[in-house]
Design a binder for this molecule. Structure first.
Ligand code: AMP
Ligand code: ZN
Length: 485
């Protein structure tokens, strides 16, 4: 199959071929665990999940790593240097303040490790509900930055200092020297002159006077007063944010050059630009990742959803009905986040969710839980895959599916079952994120009732009873629980 992805690095669609087929090594910039991730963040993460699932369906063996940032990510991360406060430290202070006011999410908000642990668990839970495969691979494929400071980041910084890509400045901090890496700016389309020109104002931060070039960025910050700190050859302190991903990708994927690196569009500069400089600087390779894929933002009323703007919704708020006034099935939210092309903005609206709910309902009604999945080379599957092979054209792929659903025949359930390897929406998920046929039956029952097809609803109800379940109707729909003997 001819797979093409739009590569931010080359500004065009390129034929995708992994370095070591059939293996694909992919790294996704993951969450900063200082708060609940919002559905904008999850747009980027679900995109990575769909990409992985598509590649698996196309017969590649994907090793996916998504990092958990629990150190060093500053509040002003549009500056290559960071700036502002460490997000984890800020979160600890915020939680401490809310505890004083009687709202305690965690018992010990003074401890940034406890804060990180709490929001990491919340993230895995949300990711599981949204059907992200990597949630099942936690913690193996989701390394924490704090576990890699000594193991991978300090050695990489040492290598960079050794080969003159980095230097210790007179403020004792370690900076990457952008002038040592002529390719710096290639990913984002910046030149060093432009970066220098833009170096007035806010960029003229605390580190400015000590650096050789205004665009040089921080690798290690000695600071013995910091909440999270480690011993290093440059004194007690903490690493910059960018080094985290370079070091962890290499350590966990075990390669100097990987196939795919993803993130949201705001990661292009400075984060990914800096990652390339660090990784290539340390390994001497001409590439860090062969393909750089970036998803566009999820918007609310035309604006980026972000924590700093305060216009964000968490997954749990949406699912619990706090956003639209109605509970939302996790699969519906997943569908809403994946149905638009990853290189277009998506606008989050209640109407969009309603449309997604009806799409998921139609898919579920036509599917049969224990159907045998259609072979990947079935003509309808090939049509579906061909759309996705064109830079993950999900709208085209969904059009193939909904068109195919007009013909109800024996093959349809098998096709839908196979299509769901990528979509991951047809089976309902329990509170723990795991699939449950019983819940799926309950949802089909509710759907049948909604369509006033009472005969079908009664049939499903009877099947559940025969299988040993008590079936109840609640305000949230049908609930089935195992009958006690
Ligand atoms: P953070 O936890 O802030 O490091 O963000 C995690 C990921 O979410 C990054 O890859 C961001 O690019 C991405 N992201 C942040 N806001 C949005 C948004 N509104 N829509 C899509 N992706 C986003
Ligand atoms: Zn990253």
């Amino acid at each position: 199959m001819d797979i093409r992805f739009y590569n931010t690095l080359t500004h065009r669609k390129e034929r995708f071929e992994p370095i070591d087929a059939p293996n694909v090594y992919m790294y996704n910039c993951g969450p900063t665990v200082y708060d609940y991730a919002h559905i904008g963040n999850f747009r980027s993460f679900v995109f990575a999940d769909v990409l992985r699932r598509f590649l698996e369906l196309a017969d590649y063996k994907v090793t996916q790593v998504m990092n958990i940032t629990d150190v060093g990510h500053m509040t002003d991360d549009q500056l290559a240097d960071g700036g502002g406060e460490d997000k984890m430290a800020a979160a600890a202070a915020r939680l401490k303040e809310s505890k004083k006011q009687g709202v305690a999410l965690i018992d010990n908000p003074d401890d940034p490790y406890a804060v990180a642990e709490f929001f990491t668990k919340a993230f895995i839970e949300d990711a599981g509900k949204l059907g992200m495969k990597i949630a099942d691979e936690y913690p193996a494929q989701m390394p924490r930055a704090t576990d890699h400071v000594e193991k991978s980041m300090i050695p990489m910084i040492q290598a960079l200092v050794k080969n003159d890509h980095a230097y210790v400045a007179d403020d004792s901090a370690v900076y990457f020297s952008v002038q040592s890496f002529p390719e710096y700016g290639k990913l984002s389309g910046n030149s060093l002159d432009q970066l220098k020109g833009g170096a007035g104002g806010r960029v003229q931060g605390q580190h400015q006077v000590h650096k050789r070039h205004p665009a040089d960025f921080l690798l290690w910050k000695p600071d013995a007063t910091h909440l999270m700190k480690w011993d290093s050859p440059w004194g007690q302190g903490y690493p910059g944010w960018h080094i985290e991903c370079s070091a962890m990708a290499r350590a966990t994927l075990g390669r100097d050059v990987i196939d795919i690196h993803t993130g949201g569009e705001d990661n292009i500069f400075p984060h990914h630009e800096c990652e390339i400089a660090q990784s290539c600087g340390a390994t001497g390779q001409s590439h860090f990742a062969r393909f750089w894929l970036h998803s566009r933002f999820l918007l609310v009323e035309g604006e980026k959803m972000s924590k700093s703007k305060g216009n964000f919704h968490t997954v749990r708020d949406v699912l619990e009905g706090k956003v639209t006034g109605r509970r939302v099935d996790p699969a519906v939210l997943r569908f809403e986040l994946l149905k638009g092309h990853y290189r277009s903005n998506i606008n989050f609206t209640a109407k969009g969710l309603t449309d997604s709910a009806s799409a998921v309902r139609r898919l579920r009604e036509a599917s049969v839980p224990d159907a045998e999945p259609a072979p990947v080379d079935h003509p309808d599957m090939l049509a579906f895959l061909e759309q996705l092979a064109d830079d993950l054209n999900i709208a085209g792929a969904l059009a193939v599916v909904f068109e195919r659903m007009k013909k109800v025949d024996d093959e349809l359930p098998g096709i839908l079952k196979r299509v769901d390897d990528v979509l991951g929406v047809m089976q309902a998920r329990g509170a723990d994120g795991h699939l449950s046929d019983v819940q799926m039956f309950c949802q089909q029952l509710d759907a049948a009732r909604g369509d006033k097809d009472f005969e079908k609803a009664d049939g499903i109800r009877q099947q559940l009873i025969d299988a040993g379940y008590d079936v109840k109707t609640t305000k949230d729909g049908t609930v089935a629980s195992k009958r006690l003997a």
